[in-house]
Design a protein around this ligand. Structure first.
Ligand SMILES: C[S@@+](CC[C@H](N)C(=O)[O-])C[C@H]1O[C@@H](n2cnc3c(N)ncnc32)[C@H](O)[C@@H]1O
Length: 295
């Protein structure tokens, strides 16, 4: 088995298991927290598309962004959300049914799914494209699904150093949890796109052009009452707590909760999401996917 296959299996297992269930259970909290990212994407979509356009939301999770795009201009765009996680896609479909949305959802691996060629007018993602075991082949696959001239727009995290909120729990819990999963620099995961040169290079190598990568610092918030649910279910600490005994669990939760005090303002928790907003275009001037452009 190759390292790439191992990385794929790990991501598929996580998102269909503990991480996927945690995202489903905390969906309302996460959607509130990441609403500013959703707004940034929907503004980009509104500016770059027109009535009748078909959009693909990659790594759509429980569907917040897919549904927001489908609501734009009274439902004049058709948005398809695609995600590798069965439980998250199930939750997204249930939400779409509840709100009578025309958005549709596919459970598949964006890197390997056989898309109808040139069938999308825009490809978007909120935090859903940093998990591929082979990002160049994944973005080449998305490029082939995009029609000539289609736009790509996604939001990805900058580095961990720029996002201290995101690593507060693991730094506080590390002395108490010897089995805390360790983040591997550059490996598929939350901060895999921290280096903008790497992002530019992989987009060039996968056949995208007009690449534009800009930093954005987005103020985000969640109610203080939801903080415990957030920090005990998500990220490396959420994973480790699944297996911790009751005493360790209580100790970790108390320690980690107080480490977040600096972010608590009355009944609200505030943090800044330090992200890249990345744009590109599917153009025939691009190199054959996989070739270097040297441009
Ligand atoms: C951080 S979550 C973001 C979810 C959603 N975009 C949101 O903002 O709520 C990352 C998502 O990427 C999905 N994902 C990871 N690898 C994937 C792959 N190879 N193909 C499709 N989706 C994938 C995960 O299942 C997860 O739903």
């Amino acid at each position: 088995m190759t390292v790439t296959q191992d990385a794929y299996d790990e991501q598929a297992r996580l998102w269909n298991g503990v991480a996927g269930r945690a995202w489903v259970d905390t969906q309302a909290t996460l959607d509130q927290l990441f609403r500013p990212l959703e707004d940034l994407l929907t503004q980009a979509v509104a500016a770059a598309t027109q009535a009748g356009d078909r959009l693909l939301d990659v790594g759509c999770g429980t569907g917040a962004t897919t549904l927001a795009i489908a609501r734009l201009h009274d439902g004049q765009r058709h948005c398809i959300g695609l995600d590798i996680s069965e439980p998250m896609i199930e939750a997204a479909r249930a939400r779409a049914a509840r709100e009578g949305s025309a958005a549709s959802f596919v459970c598949a691996d964006a890197q390997r799914h056989v898309f109808e060629p040139a069938s999308f007018d825009m490809v978007v993602s909120r935090l859903g494209v940093m998990f591929f075991d082979d990002p160049v082949s994944a973005f080449a696959n998305l490029r082939s699904a995009a029609r000539e001239g289609a736009a790509l727009r996604f939001i990805a995290w900058r580095g961990a150093a720029d996002n201290p909120f995101m690593t507060t729990a693991e730094r506080a819990a590390a002395p108490l949890l010897p089995n805390l999963p360790v983040r591997k620099p550059g490996a598929p995961g939350q901060f895999a796109f921290a280096d903008p040169r790497k992002v530019r290079s992989l987009l060039e190598d996968s056949g995208w052009t007009d690449i534009d990568i800009q930093p954005v610092d987005l103020p985000c918030a969640l109610p203080e009452k939801d903080l415990l649910g957030y920090l005990t279910r998500l990220g490396p600490v959420g994973l480790a707590l699944e297996e911790a005994d009751a005493q360790t669990r209580a100790h970790v939760i108390a320690t980690v909760r107080s480490a977040f005090d600096a972010y608590v303002h009355g009944d609200e928790v505030r943090m800044t999401a330090a992200c890249w907003t990345v744009g590109a275009r599917a153009s025939s001037a691009s190199a054959t996917p996989g070739e270097k452009t040297n441009a």
